[in-house]
Design a protein around this ligand. Structure first.
Ligand code: MN
Length: 167
């Protein structure tokens, strides 16, 4: 069984950049749904007890989507946590990251690795990473991450994200 990890900070901790209403919906509903659907599928396919990380590349598409949904959000909350110390990206990296986030068609994620490599993934896919160059930041660019507050203004959401990180 997989469980939803509690949000590692208060729902309103990221106000006004990411509002408490969005955080509640995102964590308590969307993230929870990935956990529930992952458990449902694991049980249906009778997959033996596994670590979440080991299901990210699973051959079953539903397992892959749901495991990614759970794992990616765990990481996102960690990076958004006011306690997380991001090695501050330089302005060129922020610009490239923002452009990738704007350019991603549909739903997906943008990732930044320690060596400043920027990676885009679709849906809930988790990137294949060289262990010597770990992920240090990610951004959820699904509409559910910003629609309540920013509606279709993805750029404002991305700008707020970087403002938030610098505080
Ligand atoms: Mn999300």
């Amino acid at each position: 069984m997989f469980y939803l990890e509690p949000l590692p900070f208060a729902y309103d901790a990221l106000e006004p950049y990411i509002d408490a209403g969005t955080m509640r919906l995102h964590h308590d509903k969307h993230h929870q749904t990935y956990v529930d659907k992952l458990n449902e599928r694991v049980s249906k396919l009778e997959i033996p007890e596994s670590r979440l990380e080991d299901l990210l590349g699973h051959k079953d598409q539903i397992i892959r989507n749901m495991a990614g949904g759970v794992y990616n959000h765990n990481l996102f909350w960690k990076f958004l946590s006011p306690d997380y110390e991001l090695p501050t990206p330089d302005s060129k990296t922020i610009e490239q990251f923002s452009n990738s986030a704007m350019g991603l068609f549909g739903s997906g994620w943008i990732w930044l690795t320690k060596s400043n490599k920027i990676i885009s993934t679709q849906n809930q896919d988790h990137p294949v990473i060289d262990p010597s160059d770990p992920i240090i930041l990610c951004l959820d660019v699904w509409e559910h991450a910003y629609y309540l507050k920013y509606q279709n203004r993805r750029k404002d959401y991305i700008d707020s994200f970087f403002t938030l990180l610098k505080i």
